[in-house]
Design a protein around this ligand. Structure first.
Ligand code: SAM
Length: 259
């Protein structure tokens, strides 16, 4: 069976341009700073980037002195990642997160998955593979859409107008408990909206999937907006000053240790 990336193959060239070598605004100024802080010092470590996209973060971590393998199911993502290679020694591998052929058991100190786990249909199998390739004591760090506040079309910002006062911004949430899949539209500059598949699972799903695969949660972080993010973000909640992002995290970074 060929590795599936659920819509990402068609979007690979556009996504490569969007992320570039630094990550787009959401990555660079919101999610990545927290992911990198949780990852900590990677020099001398064997690191696997799961669902690497164009591999910008894999290369960044390799330049810091890690030995990095970057895995993605989309052949075009891997081709684009290779074409950006900077000689930092990243090994690029086309494989499914659910069956990483060519990746040895207990061969990594750290596995990270930056905004990719919710795109994997069988994420439990992917977590099983993470547990297989990590050495005992190794760490898994994943950033995901926050399962409590960022639930595909089951969540949105809303502004409640009060007489004479500034509108109050709320995050509206419905339908949290039941896992579901949805096609996510991406706004391309030419007006088209290609779709990728995304899977919502509640927080206790992640806790159970990790612990049943021998991964003990050691940190939960909820990225908050940096000044660069607040200044430049287009999608501003109701009050138009980005205050909603300060109080309601849309992403979660999970660290778990292989026991
Ligand atoms: C939102 S992108 C994130 C890419 C990259 N980590 C980043 O932060 O820019 C999700 C990535 O997961 C990959 N992906 C989706 N399903 C996968 C699977 N089953 N196995 C491996 N990669 C997968 C996609 O091809 C895509 O590159």
């Amino acid at each position: 069976m060929k590795p599936s990336s659920d819509g990402w193959e068609e979007l690979a060239d556009w996504y490569d341009q969007k992320e570039g070598e630094t990550g787009d605004l959401w990555h660079r100024a919101l999610i990545d700073p927290v992911l990198l802080r949780v990852l900590g010092q990677c020099r001398g470590k064997r690191v696997l980037d799961l669902g690497c996209g164009n591999g910008y973060l894999a290369r960044r971590i390799a330049r810091l002195g890690a030995t990095v393998t970057a895995v993605d199911a989309s052949p075009r993502m891997i081709r684009n990642a290779k074409s950006r290679d900077d000689g930092s020694g990243v090994r690029y591998l086309r494989a499914s997160a659910t069956m990483m052929r060519g990746v040895g058991s207990a061969s990594f100190d750290v596995v990270f998955a930056n905004m990719s786990l919710m795109d994997v249909e069988d994420a439990e199998a992917a977590i099983g593979e993470v547990a297989r390739v990590l050495r005992k004591g190794g760490r898994f760090v994943a950033s995901i859409s926050h399962p409590c506040f960022n639930i595909l079309s089951n969540s949105s910002w809303t502004a409640e107008k009060t007489m004479g006062n500034k509108p109050v911004v709320h995050r509206k949430v419905r339908g949290y408990r039941t896992p579901f899949a949805e096609r996510v539209p991406w706004d391309k500059e030419d007006g088209s909206k290609p779709l990728t598949m995304c899977y919502h699972r509640p927080l206790n799903w992640y806790a159970r999937a990790l612990s049943s695969n021998g991964l003990a949660i050691t940190a939960l972080e909820e990225p908050g907006p940096t000044p660069e993010f607040t200044k430049n973000v287009q999608e501003k909640p109701g009050d138009m000053d980005g205050a909603g992002f300060q109080e309601v995290p849309l992403h979660l970074v999970i660290e778990a240790v292989r026991i």
